[in-house]
Ligand binder design. Sequence first.
Ligand SMILES: [Zn+2]
Length: 159
Amino acid sequence: MLQPLQQFICDKCKKVIERPEFGYVEYLSQIEKRDGRMMQIRSGFKIVHNSKEKSCHFFERSIELCTLPLRDFFVNDSKFSLIFSFLDEGEILTPTGIAVEIKDVREYTDFVKRILIPYYEEARIYFDEAKIDGFFDGDNEYFVYSSSKMKEIVEKYTG
Ligand SMILES: [Zn+2]
């Protein structure tokens, strides 16, 4: 079993990233002009290895490729503001800054769940199987992703 919110599955090699310090988040940022305003459209949000021993890249190198240390999402003082900054830079900087936009909200939400909901990272491997088994029948749209539900899936399908 993965250690919740400490260990992750690399999106490139599918092997375990032992600690946030050994991972990177890769995403793409496309600049677009819309209604006279510059926009940064973000997508991707993959978690990959990045350490002395192992370095993986999900995306090809390009001008659009951005990376952030995975551990930045685990700094208690700033992790929520980092997560929110991808959705909106907020009123302090926006008037002079470039507006941000998430291309695919579901893709971004999946990434955020991976770093915030205990057991989600491992449970998502079994979602298709659990759906077929009727594991989510009767759950609502948020309880279905609760930490307790995620833990139940991991226990049931890794056992
Ligand atoms: Zn890897």
